[in-house]
Design a protein around this ligand. Structure first.
Ligand code: SF4
Ligand code: SF4
Ligand code: SF4
Length: 265
């Protein structure tokens, strides 16, 4: 159990607790405003923003520069961690956990990946789920399509085969906004981690284990890991459980079926 489950899971994984997908969370005006703004950030239109959103955007836009500045980064990091923890926190999930989420949420709105969009690459692979997915239909400027649960599950599988990991995101936790299919080279979560903002993307609930009797030492799983958690030792490939984020990409790339995902104790 992670700290989010303790606070918001009611005995279950927090991202599988139906309460965290519900419309009542959007009664919070600030959350509604930020939810709409995150959607509209993926639109090419020049959308007017409220002072709260403009301020938040400026802060986030300026943070990477501050966090790369040696003299100030140690002072800025705690504030950056508090900011993302309060407004837009993410956690890595496995394919199975992501697929169960769409079963629970029922409705999926597919829209442009915010992080890829910021790098000039429009790719519709972010999935608004639950009440956040419903909100997409209320925003005329937003380009999105509504897809079925089965279509969403198939898209997730395709992205995993392309080397993308899954993550769950919030707008002011515990409200769940999206399931993402992330490219670690552009994802703001992994970028945040690299800058020392560890709250940007939390480790998942599972970790990878290797079955020695099945592993042939081909090492294909090492470059498949976006978090650098796999390494070779004595002709065997293994995982550093402390570094493992529980995404399951190594399992997807193992031709021997030698990797299993296990709940962390
Ligand atoms: S978190 Fe992942 S899928 Fe979501 S917007 Fe960023 S890279 Fe795209
Ligand atoms: S990909 Fe599978 S078989 Fe190859 S080294 Fe990794 S665990 Fe072993
Ligand atoms: S070891 Fe496997 S499950 Fe863990 S982070 Fe790397 S690819 Fe993901």
């Amino acid at each position: 159990m992670c700290k989010f489950c303790v606070q918001h899971g009611k005995g279950n994984k927090w991202f599988h607790h139906v309460d965290n997908f519900e419309k009542k969370h959007l009664d919070d005006k600030q959350r509604l405003e930020l939810s709409r703004a995150i959607y509209l950030e993926t639109s090419k239109e020049n959308i007017p923003m409220s002072s709260f959103i403009a301020g938040y955007g400026m802060l986030l836009g300026g943070l990477p520069l501050l966090l790369r500045t040696p003299a100030v980064k140690y002072a800025v990091r705690p504030a950056a961690n508090r900011l993302v923890e309060k407004y837009h926190v993410g956690q890595v999930i496995t394919l199975e956990e992501a697929q169960r989420m769409v079963d629970i949420s029922g409705h999926v709105a597919l829209f442009d990946c915010w992080c890829r969009h910021r790098k000039g690459n429009s790719e519709a692979c972010c999935m608004g789920v639950g009440a956040y997915g419903d909100l997409a239909d209320d925003i005329p400027e937003l380009k999105h399509i509504n897809i079925s649960v089965e279509e969403a599950k198939e898209i997730m599988k395709q992205y995993e085969r392309k080397g993308c990991f899954h993550s769950v995101w919030t707008v002011k936790p515990p409200f769940i906004s999206t399931i993402c299919n992330c490219d670690n080279k552009v994802c703001h979560g992994t970028t945040g981690l690299a800058l020392g903002v560890t709250s940007a993307l939390h480790k998942g609930h599972e970790s990878a284990g290797t079955l020695p009797g099945k592993c042939n030492g081909c090492n294909l799983c090492i470059p498949a890991c976006p978090f650098g958690a796999r390494y070779a030792i004595d002709n065997l490939t293994t995982v550093d459980v402390q570094d493992c984020f529980g995404c399951g990409l190594c399992r997807c790339n193992c031709p021997q079926g030698a990797i299993i995902m296990e709940e962390k104790s």
